[in-house]
Design a binder for this molecule. Structure first.
Ligand code: 9MJ
Length: 669
């Protein structure tokens, strides 16, 4: 019996370790979460029966006791270097030239290019394959012993795989927190009323420096290796070979590639910069290294940094500036959004002078006041955010921002629905701001698609009272447009043509264009397919609306109250009389469509069609197309540059297709 138990424990250890490596090192899970949990639970139960057989490197032994007396100092046997930085292509070329001059005799120099992870540097020491110690960089000579905390990081092996490792092996790399994990953790912290972290790097650093390993174990940290420290035997002759050897030991490595020359490195920089926002973790540049270790040795070091490598930094995503004022913008549905006006600052590659503050609760949470020094963040193409206020720099008492009581545009009273953070203007279409936003939405590309009717022109038409409802657009005459400032006959005729062309539309677009609250494109498409006509939809009872996939009680009530308004019905009637029309949707019953009930997500770049076009085709086939991956997602189509959504899909075990598979499906249906 005990022999059997011991054998089973060995088998479980092997299976769990293999699953860990497949998941963390190869990004290619071999078993599902519940199967993994079952193996883990079985091992734990057997270990409880036979504590004498518990291996210190068992995956059940990740969480240990608190280090007594805080973190001890660790002297690094081989100093932990930092990287020199370059900030421009000229500086980068100068670096390459310096290296080439120093290695004068070498003809075909090989380089590696890898993302620069933005986390916390760590050195992990393995002796005879067992994790013995982990230390932070500190000042490069002496760091802190964070072994107990690092043992809790699921992707750090407690025992190396295989047997091809040197007796002493020091692995160096970065501890990071992936974006999805960061968002999730911050949401959990906020829900518990605890302090949230400003960015993933602070979250990783703050977590690793917690004294209680049990708490660290709850923080979703990851580790990627990018180098080695002290070694009792070489792992290879090049940086790339060393990384492959680490991977074979079951250590997750920073993904790099070999590049031939400066031009290829410059292309790698641009590629990575484009992928940046989609990657599952934050990076702040491209690291290039001379590949051959013999060349690295020849080049040596200057002060604390190697001559054989450099970090070509991306434009910073965070910058300090000053908050000048907070203004309130009124959206299409009356939502009042506070916007921070900032002293212009160069961040994320552009000059930023506005940042979103989301809602009034956010103002209260940040406690931002005009005059404050603040940190703004612009990541990828997303709207800049105000992430932190440097309250410690406030020298005099600054005035708090008052919650608006009336709409800043039309002075109607402000409302706040129970349980909602959003403040709303109660003025409806009386409010000029809501009217303008309503028109902007109506003419937008995914709605009635009227080109040439920009915000400025719409505002002039509204102010001149030429248009008060969307139906007025179809009564516009070129002469009226020309009468407005600086509108030539040709431009006026183009606008009229665009309006004319928009009369032929689809029911889904028309429903979307109406701007019913919470009815986005996907819901509009679902309503169109389900009801087949505007009449059926506009007279539907709540129960009938609730039968539409994607429609819940809130949306159903918005739809009902929209059509209950005589004014709305009159506008629709006028639009139809003025010639707005659409073909009858396909006479399918919803459930009969091939992809009914499925939710698809498109991410990354598609090469033979746009994501919009692919989304339209999928919707026509009955699928819902969503922007976010969840357990309910049926399939994710990932093109080049796919990042966090792909990562989430993989972690949830959701089917992932490439563009070719999607095209095959679309052709087959
Ligand atoms: C980061 N942070 O991703 C190095 N790093 O190499 C990479 N850092 C490094 N390499 C030598 N990819 C010293 C630091």
């Amino acid at each position: 019996m005990t022999d059997f138990a011991r054998e089973r424990m060995t088998q479980l250890l092997a299976e769990i370790r293999a699953a860990d490596i497949a998941y963390h090192v190869h990004d290619n899970p071999i078993i599902g979460d519940s199967q993994y949990d079952a193996l883990f639970a079985e091992l734990k139960a057997l270990e409880a029966e036979h504590p004498e057989w518990v291996e210190p490197s068992s995956p059940t032994q990740r969480v240990g006791a608190k280090p007594v007396g805080g973190f001890q100092e660790v002297r690094h046997q081989v100093p932990m270097l930092s990287l020199d930085n370059v900030f421009s292509v000229e500086e980068f070329r100068a670096f390459v030239q310096r290296v080439q001059e120093r290695l004068g005799s070498v003809k075909q120099l090989q380089w590696t290019a890898e993302p620069k992870l933005d986390g916390l540097a760590l050195s992990i020491r393995y002796v005879r394959g067992q994790l013995i110690q982990a230390a932070t960089r500190g000042d490069g000579e002496t760091g802190e012993d964070v072994t107990a905390n690092v043992r809790t990081i699921a992707s750090v092996p407690l025992r190396l795989a295989g047997y091809a490792w040197p007796e002493h092996l020091e692995v160096r790399g970065e501890v990071i927190m992936k974006r999805v994990h960061f968002d999730q953790m911050n949401a959990d912290l906020a829900q518990r009323g605890e302090k949230t972290f400003v960015n993933p790097r602070n979250a990783a650093a703050g977590s690793l420096r917690q004294l209680d390993p049990a708490l660290v174990a709850t923080r979703p940290l990851s580790f990627y290796a990018y180098g080695v420290g002290a070694l009792s035997a070489p792992l290879g002759e090049s940086h790339d070979a060393v990384m492959q050897a680490l991977k074979a030991c079951g250590i997750p490595v920073n993904p790099g590639r070999i590049v031939g020359d400066a031009a290829a490195m410059e292309a790698a920089y641009v590629d990575l910069l484009h992928q940046r926002a989609e990657l599952p973790y934050e990076i702040d540049g491209l690291v290039v290294k001379v590949n051959a270790l013999s060349h690295q040795d020849t080049l040596g070091f200057v002060q604390r940094a190697p001559r054989f490598a450099t970090a070509w930094k991306f434009p910073a995503q965070e910058a300090r500036t000053r908050l000048l004022a907070v203004e309130f913008q009124v959206g299409r549905t009356g939502a009042i959004t506070p916007v921070a006006r900032l002293e212009p600052v160069f961040v994320g590659g552009v000059t930023v002078s506005n940042a979103t503050l989301h809602n009034f609760d956010e103002i209260a949470r940040l406690d931002c006041r005009p005059g404050d020094a603040v940190i703004v963040r612009r990541a990828g193409d997303v709207i800049p955010q105000l992430v932190r206020v440097l309250t410690e720099l406030r020298q005099t008492e600054l005035p708090r921002i008052e919650r608006p009581r009336c709409c800043p545009v039309c002075q109607s009273p402000v409302e706040q629905a129970e349980g909602e953070a959003v403040l709303r203007c109660s003025g409806g279409l009386v409010c000029r701001a809501q009217r303008l936003e309503h028109f902007k939405h109506f003419v937008s590309r995914r709605a009635m698609d009227i080109e040439g009717l920009g915000e400025k022109l719409l505002a002039s038409l509204i102010d001149a009272e030429v248009i008060t409802t969307p139906a007025d657009l179809y009564r516009l005459k070129a002469a009226q447009l020309q009468a407005l400032d600086r509108m030539g006959p040709k431009s006026a005729a183009n606008v009229i043509d665009a309006i004319e062309a928009s009369r032929d539309t689809t029911l889904a677009r028309f429903i979307y264009a109406l701007g019913i609250r919470d009815v986005g494109e996907a819901t509009a498409a679902a309503l169109a397919t389900h009801f087949g006509s505007l009449e059926a939809m506009s007279t539907a009872e709540t129960d009938a609306l609730l039968a539409v996939p994607d429609v819940g009680p809130v949306v159903a009530s918005h739809v009902s109250s929209f059509f209950a308004s005589a004014q709305n019905r009159a506008v629709i009637e006028a639009l139809r009389t003025l010639g707005v029309r659409w073909p009858d949707p396909p006479q399918h019953v919803v459930d009969a469509l091939p992809l009914s009930g499925q939710t698809w997500v498109l991410t990354g770049t598609l090469e033979t069609m746009t994501r919009d076009a692919a989304g339209d085709r999928l919707r026509e086939l009955g699928a819902k197309v969503s922007g976010a991956v969840s357990a309910k997602t049926s399939c994710v189509v990932a093109g080049p540059g796919a990042g966090s959504k792909l990562d989430k899909a993989v972690s949830l075990g959701i089917t992932v297709w490439d563009e070719g598979q999607l095209i095959q499906l679309l052709e087959a249906l």
